[in-house]
Design a protein around this ligand. Structure first.
Ligand SMILES: Cc1cc2nc3c(=O)[nH]c(=O)nc-3n(C[C@H](O)[C@H](O)[C@H](O)COP(=O)(O)O)c2cc1C
Length: 432
């Protein structure tokens, strides 16, 4: 039997697919599209749905929000936390991961919210720890600009230490529920933390009971050396983007070595790589769909504007038919590096059109893609894939194609689970 791997899906609470032949009539701001999606994912035994989030309406493209709003890129985007709670109520085994930025929430409120959703979901909640990547998000939060990456991760280190202490401020047996003595909770087992850090302070204890997992599963996506260091020390699951099987293997080997150096068991971290499969009933049909997408008149601009929103780079300044000069960003450097394929000699137009296959080109029938994923995973060494759709636009059709086409093909090859063994997300991730 081949070694099995894990599956997540990278989505967000956005308009979804809205202008294609199989788009629903209206964007799903009542969340129902995502409830249907989560239930289909649960039938397919995914580990988790990962709800991405950002906190701005980007003006990176040409200094205005026109392209952002015309193409619905990263905006509008609704808050993933209430949606996570709804998904938890509509499912029983699927992990639900939602993104919250350490720049945005006071640690106490984040810990309380995460603890509450972990309880609501019976121990299936995960927190995607991000430090934000855009000046406009920082300005929405009352700052003048986003602090530099190193400082953000220094703050995040302290932040995570603080919330860990809050999660532990209720001992596992603090709730006594003793009718005879009339004691609900033993006050000796609920203690303040009196945390005094360089950036954050909190008294504690948390005013929620200890949640089923004790703390949510920690998910992170560090791309820079500093970000990887943070992820290796903190995350239970790392979500990553890298170029090709080689790049994925290098990334995973690197974070595992960093984890071991920090005294962690590398096998306790599940690294999931972002992929964008394009499926068809025949290879020709899949190729035709892929080609229609990348040749659509809006695709190049939308692709570059979307990359601009998470890097704060105005790609409208560059010639489409020239090579892109080497750039750095205080935002998502890892996503920029993958997109730009530095040194490849490709023009900006080529880079934009290849945006969704730079990681691993997966265009074909469900069975062919399942075979390719199996081979890739064997070469990478683990631990799974994070499936998504271009621009994170979801449709019921895309969900059916993945959950009732691709996943069954993976299951027939013995590559992914066919049933859940555990109730809680941390145990589901630790299963293999
Ligand atoms: C798959 C994936 C998902 C991500 N999701 C988010 C997100 O929801 N919100 C966000 O602000 N950043 C998100 N990021 C950005 C990362 O948190 C991180 O900043 C980025 O990978 C760059 O790494 P660095 O911070 O080490 O430079 C994501 C990155 C990846 C690869």
């Amino acid at each position: 039997m081949p070694k099995r791997f894990h599956l997540g899906w990278f989505a967000n609470f956005s308009a979804g697919e809205w202008n294609q032949p199989f788009s629903a009539a209206d964007p799903s701001w009542d969340g129902r599209l995502y409830l249907d999606m989560a239930q289909a994912m649960e039938r397919a035994c995914f580990d988790y749905i990962m709800l991405e989030d950002t906190l701005m309406v980007s003006e990176a493209w040409g200094g205005t929000a026109e392209a952002t709003l015309r193409h619905a890129l990263q905006a509008p985007k609704h808050d993933p936390l209430p949606l996570a709670a709804m998904i938890a109520a509509a499912t029983t085994r699927l992990g639900v991961v939602a993104t919250m930025s350490t720049m945005a929430y006071p640690p106490f409120l984040l810990a309380r919210l995460a603890s509450t959703i972990d309880s609501l979901s019976g121990g299936r909640f995960g927190w995607n720890i991000v430090t934000s990547g855009e000046d406009s998000a920082a300005q929405n939060l009352g700052l003048e600009a986003l602090p530099p990456r190193e400082a953000r991760y220094d703050m995040a280190d302290e932040y995570v230490e603080l919330v860990r202490q809050l999660f532990d401020s209720w001992q596992p047996d603090a709730v006594v529920l003793d009718r005879e003595s009339g004691v609900f909770a033993d006050h000796r087992k609920v203690a303040p933390i009196h945390f005094e850090g360089k950036y954050f302070r909190s008294r504690g204890p948390l005013n929620t009971v200890r949640s089923p997992q004790g703390r949510p599963v920690f998910v992170q996506a560090g791309g820079s050396p500093r970000g990887r260091e943070f992820a290796a020390r903190t995350a239970d699951s790392i979500i990553a983007t890298a170029n090709g099987v080689e790049g994925m293997k290098r990334y995973r080997d690197d974070v595992r070595a960093r984890a071991a150096a920090a005294g962690r068991d590398p096998d306790s971290i599940k690294v999931l790589f972002l992929i964008y499969p394009v499926l068809g009933e025949t290879p020709e049909e899949a190729e035709a769909r892929y080609s229609r997408m990348v040749n659509a008149p809006w695709f190049i601009e939308a692709s570059l504007a979307a990359m601009g929103t998470v890097t704060d780079i105005d790609f409208s300044r560059f010639d489409l038919d020239q090579e892109l000069p080497h750039l750095t960003t205080n935002g998502e450097q890892g996503s920029l590096d993958k997109f730009a394929q530095w040194g490849s000699g490709k023009t900006l137009r080529q880079l934009a059109s290849e945006r969704y296959d730079g990681g691993l080109r997966l265009v074909g029938t469900p069975d062919a893609i399942a075979a390719q994923m199996g081979e890739a995973m064997e070469a990478i060494g683990g631990d799974g894939f994070l499936i998504s759709t271009p621009f994170q636009r979801t449709s019921r059709r895309a969900v059916v194609e993945i959950t009732e086409g691709l996943v069954p093909a993976l299951q027939r090859r013995g590559l992914v689970r066919t049933r859940y063994e555990h109730a809680m997300l941390r145990d589901t991730l630790a299963e293999f």
